[in-house]
Structures are given as C-alpha cells and as structure tokens.
Write a protein that binds this ligand. Structure first.
Ligand SMILES: [Cu+2]
Length: 153
C-alpha cells in the first residue's frame, strides 16, 4: 500500500465521517428548527350570565279589584319579576281602588311577615328592598285573587 493509497483511505474515511457529521447536524438542525405547532385559536370565554337588574317596577293595573285579572295572571303587572340580591321592587297602584302588596301566599298560611305595604291608595307607590335570595310570593289582602312573585337571585 502506497502512501497515496493510505491517504486515499484516510481521506475516504474522513470524508465519510464528515458527511455523517453534516447529516447529523442537519438532522439536529431540522429538529431545532421545527416550527412550533400553531397556537390553537383561543376559545372565547363563555359570556358571563347577565347580572339581574337591581330594580323592578310592578303596576297594579286598573280593574284588578274585580276578579278576572288572575285568569291571565295580570293582577300585578308583571306578575313575576327577577332582581339581584339587594335590589328594590317598586309597586305603583295604577288602579282606582286601594290594594296591598303583602308577602306570603293566601293558600299557604297567608302573610309571612317579610314585607307588607298595608293598604295603599290609587296613585301611590310601595317599595321593598330584598337582601336575601329567594322566591317571594305576595298577594293583596283586599283582593286575594291578586298574586305575584319576586325572584331574588
Ligand atoms: Cu287589591
């Protein structure tokens, strides 16, 4: 084997090693240059439930002193309101007769003492602030077919 042969073998081995090194470095590079997965589209945050109103108005409509309004649940309008804790409901007597807004149920023990307007006249208002969550039935002592409900949440 001549010196040139030895050189050729050495060169060939060296060249192969260099090729492998280059290939490995490419492989390494290809790993380090992999593009990160695109970030998933942000999921929109669920919309928070709308906060309940902190006040509501209820009318005692004309004619509610005569039975009949209960057929369509319109003795108080609206007959059911929802407010947040700490909210206030204002009732206005839009009838010509006197009425009450009395908490409780005429079919379940009558007045429960949570609130009571006592009799208030045409054109007057009564309001009550609700500091605890719950469902509050009420009625009119004078005209017990008149019923309504306040939901506090
Ligand atoms: Cu009444």
């Amino acid at each position: 084997m001549t010196a040139a042969d030895k050189f050729g073998i050495a060169f060939s081995i060296g060249f192969t090693v260099a090729l492998v090194a280059v290939a490995m470095s490419f492989a390494g590079m290809s790993q380090t240059t992999v593009q990160p997965m695109p970030a998933p589209a942000p999921t929109p945050a669920p919309a928070p439930a709308p906060a309940p109103a902190m006040s509501a108005k209820v009318s005692i409509p004309s004619g509610s002193s005569v039975p009949g309004c209960e057929a369509t649940n319109e003795c108080y309008k609206p007959a059911e309101v929802t407010i947040g804790v700490g909210g206030t409901v204002t009732w206005t007597n839009d009838d010509t007769a006197a009425h009450t807004v009395t908490s409780g149920s005429i079919n379940a023990g009558g007045p429960d003492g949570v609130f009571d307007s006592s009799i208030f006249m045409a054109g007057k208002t009564f309001e009550h602030t609700f500091d605890e969550a719950g469902e509050y039935d009420y009625f009119c002592i004078v005209h017990p077919w008149m019923t309504g409900k306040v939901i506090v949440e």
